[in-house]
Design a protein around this ligand. Sequence first.
Ligand code: G
Ligand code: MN
Length: 385
Amino acid sequence: MKAPLGHLLVVDDDADLLQSYLQLLVSSGYTADGASDGAEAILRLMSGTYDAVLSDVHMPRWGGLDVLSGIRTRDLDVPVILMSGDPTLFSAMAAVEEGAVAYLTKPLRRSRLIPMVEKAVGLGQLARAKRASLRLAGVDGHLVGDRVGLRVCFDRAIESLFAAYQPIVEWSSRTVVGYEALLRTGEPVFPNPGAVLAAAERLDRLFEVGRAMRAVVAAGAASVPVGSQIFVNLHPTDLLDEALYDSGAPLSEHASRTVLEITERGTLDHITDVAGRMNRLRKLGFRIAIDDLGAGYAGLNSLVQLQPDVVKLDMVLIRNVHLDANRQGVVAALIALSERLNMRVICEGVETVEEREFLTSVGGNWLQGYHFARPGPAVPGVNWG
Ligand code: G
Ligand code: MN
């Protein structure tokens, strides 16, 4: 006997149709299970693996799109073919946008169905192989296949979002003056904040990340030692979110001890009236930092508009600064000029004693980096050595 060409799951609430599809597939060399609705389909998917799923779109209880998103919570790559008896209710384009590999109109003819199944099974195998190669290359994450899969992972990321805190120290007094709250999630598909933000951009859900993070920081503010400032990163697009300026928003209650960091890595080009927005934030009590200075876009105009209270020098400038005369000149000038403008300077990404020694020798006093402490709970455990 020949090995089956693939193991399939077929979902349809019409029992007769379901039987006829199953027979058709089996007679073409596949093995197949049937499910009479979305809930049963998900149960089957939990106990077995399939090379492809064929699902009716319109079913009582769960429809085909629910099956699709249910599948993507556990398997990002199994191909799904949607089918419908009434093509006016649902378009092929919508199906593909949602992450189906194909959309078929009933009645299904063998001559259309079988080549489609064959292709879907092949694509699924290719997607699995590709994911394995990504893992080998160490670039897992960012490239979560389709929109539905991405959305499912993104939802889980938002639900599991939490903050890790990294101390910011004042060298002269050997004290911790603040903590930067860094975005973390329990979703392994997104190994770093950049991956979460890239997904949010792709899904047009950036505001949700910002709001969730600010809520998490507000909820945990009591765990940050009294007297320490809390530094919170904003994505430039967060500046367009009215919720940021709401005096009733969770973080607004802690505004007087909160510094909002706006990175120079992203452009502010799409933000209207940056200066006005900064005023509104300052009225709430927030202070403003420009983050990653030296790494990105900000020219004179953004400095003028942001009028930052705090400047954070990018770690690219700090790395091995003690070995590089050019860097030393730039860093020393940035520290001196910022202080003259009454801006606090934080040197980020300090990893070694040598870097620390150079920075403090040119007036760098607020420092942050692995040398002092890695991100973790907000406790003042700092290496001063
Ligand atoms: O862009 P922003 O400054 O917000 O990024 C801070 C990031 O840098 C965090 O993800 C944090 O984990 C990381 N980080 C903090 N300190 C150091 C350091 O000393 N070296 C390096 N390489 N990364 C650091
Ligand atoms: Mn930052």
